[in-house]
Design a protein around this ligand. Structure first.
Ligand code: ATP
Ligand code: MG
Length: 568
């Protein structure tokens, strides 16, 4: 059983949405003896993504707020695509998000019981073994406007069905030759009720049951039974299962008495500039368009974690978007807003220079080093100050200097005075260039009377810039990320194109020679910081002793808007 450091949190602004209303009414009416049990049922065929986080926050959140319980259930009925790597990652991600499951189950634990329930359905003439080919089954199924036709095998005697189903299990038949179908109604307007498949033959090695089984239950059959066996009261799922609800209820009605789970559908989370299907995410990983499931550009929980997202920011995001019945698309900027808001409160401010240019203070004593008290957070006096070494040779951001400053450029230029944060006023006196005409050094003077960053004579400067002392700076690698896709809806592409064709070629930019203040030495993986004026950054697990690697979690302002403006 997982535990998290903080215990199971309740969502901060969990208002009473339609699902919470239904749950409260059900309990008030005494349904299911007033119990509340939910479950989060991932299929272990990929890593969890931000869409799953919505479902996790809902299922675990509702139970935690209302004194219920929530199960983690691995929906591992399709052996072909499932793997223990995914099981492990799912457990890690749910716990990291801050939730504790009250019990953990695997649908595969129910294989024997699911089989016995199927035998029971056959005995009661509610299921039969069919031997139409897949193509024939499709043909018999009918269309939206035409009812289906009964399979010629539909009226097999019960005894023959029992015999064939036992032999399916015993491995006497080839894959795909026989299936077990529910006997419901080939004339139903709902396709899911036209004698849906319950079991198929599939010789596939299962990550938990090995080669014990060669028949596997279908999701629509295994899911309601798993819910009922666990005495789930509210089975919350996404809208695409709405049409499957009659089948869900059919399984429960025919196999269980008394307490029963209620399926309620809600709209899945869609984010613009993002793909969210596990199949597509898997493709990105397998074809190496990203470095792995936890690539910081991925919408996976592990990717967001590596990017520097906190569990709180994701939970706040989920609480803010809420739960509703209508499909919509959430702006990914809203997710970015949640992490900015959270890191603004918790990330220490530090100084780092991404694109350094050397500054020499010509009137500063050679060999002198001062410890400057730098204010940790200008918006929060309680955050105090830290000592940052200052010396004759510094680095500032190359962008903070212009040889020919345009109007409204108030940062450094020749002859202009600016403030180095909490240190001194400096004035640029000379620009040193190499043989190619590239600026390699700025020679400046400093005013010793302005120590701390204020002039005693009251004179003002229009810019305050971050800096690091050259001799003390840490060499760091910085990875800047942008959206993985160039278009709002990567699924909506012209004919003949795929989502891979609309990937953003500039989604990753690696800066090898950034410079950071020495207080960052030894920062732990995933520690988050605000690099003053640049954005929020976190330590990437690729960090080695002596070689820090940072991911930019999010810029202080929206980077994408600027890129788009540049493209116009
Ligand atoms: P995908 O379509 O990406 O493969 P899935 O729905 O098949 O996702 P599951 O592992 O079956 O993935 O999902 C587990 C639970 O998470 C389900 O209850 C599912 O409804 C829910 N879920 C999946 N994607 C989203 C989403 N985008 N928004 C909200 N809930 C989701
Ligand atoms: Mg699914």
């Amino acid at each position: 059983m997982a535990s998290s450091e903080e215990g199971t949190p309740t969502a901060p602004t969990a208002s009473v949405d339609f699902i919470r209303s239904i749950i409260d009414e059900d309990r008030a009416a005494g349904n299911n003896h007033g119990r509340l049990v939910t479950r989060f049922p991932p299929e272990p065929n990929g890593y969890l993504h931000i869409g799953h986080a919505k479902s996790i926050c809902l299922n675990f959140g509702v139970a935690a707020e209302r004194g219920g319980t929530c199960h983690l259930r691995f929906d591992d009925t399709n052996p072909a695509k499932e793997d223990v790597e995914y099981v492990d990652s799912i457990k890690e991600d749910v716990a990291w998000l801050g939730f504790t499951w009250d019990a953990m189950f695997y649908a595969s634990d129910y294989f024997e019981r699911l089989y016995q329930f199927a035998v029971e359905l056959i005995r009661r003439d509610k299921a039969y073994v069919d031997e139409l080919t897949a193509d024939q089954i499709r043909e018999y199924r009918g269309t939206l406007t035409e009812p289906g036709r009964n399979s010629p095998y539909r009226d097999r005697p019960v005894a023959e069905n029992l015999d064939l189903f036992a032999r399916m299990r015993a491995g006497e038949f080839e894959d795909g030759t026989y299936i077990l179908r529910a006997k419901i109604d080939m004339g139903s307007p709902n396709f899911n009720m036209r004698d849906p498949a319950l079991y198929r033959i599939r010789r596939a090695h299962h990550h938990r049951t090995g080669d014990t089984w060669c028949i596997y239950p279908m999701y629509d059959y295994a899911h309601p039974i798993s819910d009922a066996l666990e005495q789930i009261t509210h089975s919350l799922c996404t809208l695409e299962f709405e049409d499957h609800r009659p089948l869900y209820d059919w399984c429960i009605d025919n196999l269980f008495e008394g307490d029963r789970p209620k399926q309620i559908e809600f709209a899945r989370l869609n984010l613009n500039y993002t793909v969210m299907s596990k199949r597509k995410l898997l493709q990105l990983v397998q074809q190496r368009h990203v470095t792995g499931w936890d690539d910081p550009r991925m919408p996976t929980i592990s990717g967001l974690r590596r990017r520097g997202y906190t569990p709180e920011s994701i939970r706040n995001f989920c609480a803010r978007i809420g739960v509703a019945k209508k499909e919509n698309v959430i702006d990914v900027a809203q997710l970015e807003h949640s992490i900015r808001e959270d890191l603004n409160k918790r990330a220490p401010r530090v100084m780092a220079v991404l694109n350094p240019i050397k500054v020499t203070l010509t009137n500063y004593p050679e060999g002198q080093v001062e410890e400057i008290d730098v204010i940790n957070n200008p918006e929060d006096a309680a955050a105090g100050t830290r000592k940052v070494p200052f010396s004759r040779e510094l680095y500032i951001e190359r962008d903070d200097f212009r040889e020919d400053p345009p109007k409204k450029f108030f940062r450094l230029s020749q002859g202009r005075e600016v403030r180095l944060r909490c240190a001194y006023f400096i004035t640029c006196t000379e620009v040193v260039k190499d043989a190619n005409g590239e600026i390699v050094e700025l020679r400046c003077t400093y005013d010793p009377a302005t120590r701390g960053g204020d002039a005693p004579d009251g004179r003002k400067v229009k810019a305050t810039m971050h800096w690091v002392s050259a001799a003390h700076a840490l060499d760091v690698e910085v990875r800047l990320y942008d959206r993985l896709f160039k278009v709002e809806d990567p699924e909506d592409v012209p004919e003949g194109k795929t989502f891979l064709d609309v990937m953003n070629p500039e989604s990753l930019q690696v800066i090898n020679a950034a410079k950071a203040e020495p207080s960052l030495a030894g920062a732990a993986p995933l520690a988050t910081f605000q690099f003053e004026r640049l954005g929020y950054f976190c330590v990437d697990p690729d960090t080695q002793p002596g070689r820090l690697v940072f991911n930019r979690t999010v810029s202080l302002r929206d980077a994408w808007v600027r890129i788009e403006q540049r493209q116009d």
